[in-house]
Ligand binder design. Structure first.
Ligand SMILES: NCc1[nH]cc(CCC(=O)O)c1CC(=O)O
Length: 316
């Protein structure tokens, strides 16, 4: 078989992920080559993602290369992938998920979210809203950029600590700076956190597709992620909406908990359901229906309105 050409963004985290997939293929005796692609999201660093519009800013150029056949697969953090991909694209493998929690990262190991005047850097609406809900005294500042940039900003004194995904912190070798792991009963992570997803276009050669499924895909992770992504699809939550969802798989039983919190952190809706792993996606969808019925529809509407207002206001 010919070499598998892996497309990826050029950030350190993205390259780690591409290397990881290449290593899994290598274990199966398959050669690959990594091709770096620049995206709009990499070029625009001074505007927050929720303002430039989240849809596909990190994926458009990569999908173009998939479609042109210049790369066979693209590798992404699973949680950064929209719930609905453009026509002809699909996710065909998910790497084994690691620790899913968010972590508090900083230089002072004694720091805690209970500290009165703590300032936490994050630009995720989910993290800001959950902090407002569970730790209303915590002040937040927006800190964007890749992990290295964010840590540099923290060291410059922009904030006392950062709230980040364990997965990224660990992959970038910053474990020494992890102060604490946030509990999953409060900080339910976003859909897909901790796994790397492989995307392809319909034209991918069948032999390559099978090899990728065989050596890169982790079945337990895949079921959990398909369930979570079903949830996200029904909620229509883009990455600027504070939606969270986490599925667990024991034997053949999937359990998914998830919900939504408003931007002020005043209203939070959380639900949990179980079902057979065979129906992964529909279980996720069912959970979303429950969340919507319990008032999630209203929260979602309000958030979309607010984000729209913010956008029109800022473009004037
Ligand atoms: N939002 C950016 C992003 N995309 C993937 C990761 C980390 C890796 C992962 O969650 O799989 C991060 C950093 C973070 O949220 O702290």
């Amino acid at each position: 078989m010919e070499k598998i050409r892996i497309g990826t963004r050029g950030s350190k985290l993205a390259l780690w992920q591409a290397d990881h997939v290449a290593a899994l293929l290598k274990q199966g005796g398959i050669e690959s080559e990594i091709i770096t692609i620049d995206t709009k999201g990499d070029k625009i660093l001074d505007v927050s993602i929720s303002k430039i519009g989240s849809k596909g800013v990190f994926t458009e150029e990569i999908e173009e290369q998939l479609q042109l056949g210049n790369i066979d697969i693209a590798v992404h953090s699973a949680k950064d992938m929209q719930s609905e991909l453009p026509q002809g694209f699909e996710l065909i493998a998910f790497t084994e998920r690691e620790v899913v929690n968010d972590v508090l990262v900083g230089m002072d190991m004694c720091l805690s979210l209970d500290k009165e005047d703590i300032v936490v850097g994050t630009s995720s609406t989910r993290r800001v809203a959950l902090l407002k809900h569970f730790y209303p005294h915590v002040k937040t500042v927006s800190v964007r950029g890749n992990l290295q940039t964010r840590i540099a900003k923290m060291k410059d004194g922009v904030c006392d600590a950062l709230l980040l995904a364990y997965a990224g912190v660990h992959r970038m070798d910053y474990d020494d700076m992890i102060i604490s792991k946030l509990p999953l009963d409060k900080f339910i992570p976003p859909v897909g956190q901790g796994s790397v997803a492989v995307e392809c276009y319909t034209s991918l050669h069948e032999e390559k597709r099978q090899a990728i499924r065989k050596y890169v895909n982790h079945e337990n992770t895949e079921k959990r992620l398909r369930c979570e992504r079903g949830f996200l699809k029904t909620l229509q939550g883009g990455c600027s909406i504070p939606v969270f969802g986490l599925a667990d798989l024991q034997e053949d039983t999937l359990t998914i908990k998830g919900g939504i919190v408003d931007l002020e952190g005043t209203k939070i809706i959380r639900k949990r359901i179980m079902g057979s792993a065979e129906n992964a996606e529909s279980i996720g969808r069912e959970l979303a229906e429950e969340v919507l019925k319990a008032g999630g529809d209203k929260i979602l509407e309000d958030i979309k309105e607010k984000l729209n207002q913010k956008q029109t206001h800022e473009s004037k």
